[in-house]
Every structure is written in structure tokens, then in C-alpha cells.
Design a protein around this ligand. Structure first.
Ligand SMILES: [Zn+2]
Length: 449
């Protein structure tokens, strides 16, 4: 096993908090960071190590995308400028019904992983059909993934009803349990699309197996009214009744929160996954980030799928989150740059129950890392590198990425994937989809003859 010394200009380890370090070495041995120490000491202690010089770079923990539907990269730009229910019922679900298959998921996930790696993401929390294909694709590309075991009351080619979804999910979970890059979690689609019996079974299994539960919750005002109409109680009261409100829940969106909801979230230590760009694009509302932070709620960030964002760029998401939190709270101190960086890294690790393994650059943690170039016009001059990371850096400055000690991106070049093949396959899918579904499209542009 060779030892590698990473020698960045600056290191922002995230833990300990608020540190910016110079003249440091990060030592990688196998999958892990074995030490973070001054260079002079590292050169003596690890005399035979391989050196990787990063003279114009800041080294940070790899980013964790806490909510996406990675295969939906193939539907990027397919239907836009629509409200959530119309977007899902009239556009996304019909096209998925026509094209959903293992091949679709493989090619979509591979495109997503390529895009995410380029943006410094080293782990993604996925919610989609054919989770076994997503897991295999992540392992094939060297990416770390938290794979959702989907459950929804809509039959698909993957499963016929909620109980078959759960049973198949359990098989997928068991078959990937020894793969270090893969974690599995339950992924019931949303409170309005999974019934009480299935939610209760998921809560019991989550408790006995220790698996987390990843779910869209309180995404739109329609969902608030629908819960009262169908169940006579609020969404969070219903989830509490079935036993889902606890530290294992990854509640995505949460744009519709009243004071009772805020108190319930704080009391039950639910994790909130904020997807500001998807919420804005679908006009769904705004998650009250400043209030949640004030209640010590654990908050992390997701891009959502590329069909509702329309990119998987977490640095851009963090910038949007910081700006939106300030605008919404009318407080420029709401969600500062370091807090936004924590949402991309250590808070996400905590939400996944992996705070001891991921989310910071510390000895003993997995070597999931990202190096970002600082010698660009848009990051010159530099007074505060954390400010730059959130407010000025573009993801195009991401140059190197490591997952579990393995370098996957070097000087912006993939070491494990072929961009042109990935794009070719995605374009082939778009041709097939376009030729079959023109009638389903939201809008047809008129061309003058
Ligand atoms: Zn989503």
C-alpha cells in the first residue's frame, strides 16, 4: 500500500471548525486519511511517500449531495416552468412509464456521477427506481453512494405495489451490505404517495435494521391541504403516528412549516435536507433555514434531480442557499459561508449517521476529498477562502477529486470514465424520448416558415 501526501496551498478541514491551514500535508494510506500534519513533519515521517503538489489549490472534504434522483439527468430540460403536480403527473411520470429500464438508470446515473465528480461531490443520496443498477454504477465508477430503496403507490416495471417495493428493497440492501462504497436507506417517495401501512412497516424496519429513511416531506402547499383532506391531520402528525419522526429521517424540502412543525422537528431531531433551487424553480416555497438553525436542527443540502434544478452543482446550491436564507429572513447574518460549507460536508455526514467517517479532513476518516484551484480571475484577490468557496468559486475550478483514497479526477480529467461515451449515450436516449413523446411535451415552439 503506497502512502500519498497531498500538499495543498490551503486546507479547510471543516473540523475543527473555522480553521484555514497553510503548509500542511494530508496523508492518505489506502482508503483513509492517516494523518493531517505540518509538511516538515510529514516529510520526515513519510520519507518514501508519493507527493501530490497542489500549489494553487484549497483542499476541502468532498461534498455530499443529500438529495437527488441521479438517473433523471436524462430528463434534464424535458419539462420546465410547471407546478409540481402537473410536472409529475402530466410529464415526468408518463415519460418514466415509457422509458424506465435498467439501461436508462445505468446511463443516467453514470452521467450524473460524471457531473457530480466535476463539481467536487464524492457521495450522493439517491432516490430512484432500479436501485441495484444505481449501486452497481456507483461502484463501477468508484463513487460513494447512499442508495434509496424506493417505495411508491404507483406500479412500475420495478415493482407492482408498496409491499413488493419494500421486499425488493430489502433484497437490494442485503446484497450490497458488504460493499464499502454503498449504503442503503429506505426511500418512500412522499407522504401523499405511500399509505399508512407501508409507512408503518418502513418505520419498524428502519428501527430494527438501523436504516435511514429518505423522503420528500412538505414540498408544496398542495401536500398540506391533501394531508388534511385525506387523513384529517397534518403531515408531520401522521409521520409521527407511524413512527417515522426521529434522527434517522432525512426529510427533503420542508418548505411548508408552521410553528408547531418547527417545534416537532426540533423535538424529534429529524434531519432537514434543503434543496433551494428545485423549490424555487417549481415555485413550491422556501425552507425557513434561519429558524431551523436557531433550533439546532441538522441541515444539509441536495440538488434534487436534474429534471427540476437543472444541474447537480452543489457549490451553486450552497450559494443559492446562503443568499435565499438571508433574503427570506431579511438578515444578512443568516446562514454564513462557513455554515453553508458545513451543510455540504459534516452536516450531511451526520444526517447519514457517518459523522465518524465522512464530512471533514481528519485522521481516521475516509479520504473523500476535493481540490479547488484558486488562481482564477473570479477568486482574485482573496481575503477569506471560505467566503470564496461559497460566494465566488465556480465548480469549474474543481480540479481533483478522491473517493476512498482513489483519485477519480486529476487536473479536471477523469481517470475512470469517458465523457464522450457518456454524452453519446445520453443524446441517444434524448432522441428516443423526443421521437416518442412529442405529444406529451409542455410547450411546442412555433417556428416561422
Ligand atoms: Zn426530489
Amino acid at each position: 500500500m503506497s502512502t500519498v501526501l497531498l500538499l495543498p496551498r490551503l486546507l479547510v478541514p471543516v473540523r475543527p471548525r473555522l480553521q484555514v491551514l497553510e503548509q500542511m500535508a494530508v496523508v492518505i494510506e489506502g482508503e483513509f486519511i492517516s494523518a493531517v500534519l505540518p509538511r516538515s513533519e510529514a516529510f520526515t515521517r513519510y520519507a518514501d511517500a508519493i507527493h501530490i503538489e497542489l500549489p494553487e489549490h484549497v483542499l476541502v472534504p468532498g461534498f455530499i449531495n443529500m438529495h437527488t434522483h441521479s438517473a433523471m439527468t436524462l430528463l434534464r430540460g424535458y419539462a420546465d416552468d410547471l407546478n409540481l403536480q402537473v410536472w409529475l403527473n402530466d410529464h415526468i411520470w408518463p415519460v418514466e412509464k415509457a422509458f424506465l429500464s435498467p439501461g436508462f438508470v445505468h446511463d443516467g446515473v453514470r452521467l450524473a456521477i460524471a457531473e457530480m465528480l466535476r463539481c467536487g461531490t464524492t457521495c450522493f443520496n439517491d432516490l430512484y427506481f432500479f436501485p441495484e443498477v444505481a449501486a452497481a454504477t456507483a461502484v463501477e465508477t468508484g463513487m460513494r453512494a447512499c442508495i434509496g430503496l424506493p417505495v411508491i403507490d404507483v406500479p412500475t416495471v420495478w415493482a407492482a405495489d408498496e409491499h413488493e417495493y419494500i421486499d425488493k428493497g430489502l433484497q437490494v440492501s442485503a446484497s450490497w451490505q458488504n460493499e464499502p462504497l454503498i449504503t442503503t436507506v429506505f426511500a418512500p417517495h412522499a407522504p401523499y404517495s405511500v399509505d399508512n401501512t407501508a409507512l408503518q412497516r418502513i418505520a419498524e424496519l428502519s428501527d430494527s435494521l438501523g436504516l435511514r429513511v429518505h423522503m420528500h416531506v412538505l414540498e408544496s402547499s398542495w401536500e398540506v391541504a391533501e394531508s388534511m383532506r385525506r387523513h384529517g391531520k397534518s403531515t408531520l402528525d401522521r409521520l409521527d403516528d407511524v413512527g417515522l419522526l426521529n434522527e434517522r429521517l432525512l426529510a427533503v424540502h420542508m418548505t411548508q412549516l408552521n410553528q408547531d412543525d418547527l417545534d416537532t422537528i426540533a423535538r424529534t431531531t429529524v434531519n432537514v435536507i434543503h434543496c433551494p433551487e428545485s423549490n424555487l424553480k417549481l415555485g413550491n416555497g422556501i425552507c425557513p433555514v434561519a429558524k431551523l438553525l436557531g433550533l439546532d436542527v441538522n441541515l444539509a443540502l441536495g440538488t434534487d434531480g436534474a429534471a427540476s434544478n437543472n444541474n447537480l452543482d452543489l457549490l451553486a446550491e450552497a450559494r443559492s442557499a446562503a443568499l435565499l436564507a438571508k433574503g427570506y429572513a431579511a438578515d444578512p447574518c443568516a446562514l454564513n459561508a462557513f455554515q453553508a460549507l458545513e451543510m455540504l460536508t459534516i452536516n450531511a455526514a451526520r444526517a447519514l449517521g457517518k459523522e465518524h467517517q465522512l464530512g471533514s479532513v481528519e485522521a481516521g476518516k475516509l479520504a473523500d476529498l476535493c481540490a479547488i484551484r484558486l488562481d482564477t480571475l473570479q477568486t482574485t484577490p482573496m481575503y477569506d477562502v471560505v467566503s470564496h468557496l461559497i460566494y465566488a468559486v465556480s465548480s469549474q475550478q474543481v480540479s481533483h477529486v478522491w473517493v476512498g483514497g482513489r483519485m477519480l479526477l486529476q487536473d479536471k480529467k477523469f481517470l475512470c470514465m469517458d465523457d464522450s461515451d457518456i454524452m453519446q449515450r445520453a443524446n441517444d436516449w434524448a432522441k428516443r424520448i423526443t421521437s416518442k413523446t412529442r405529444a406529451m411535451r409542455s410547450r411546442e415552439y412555433k417556428f416561422h416558415e
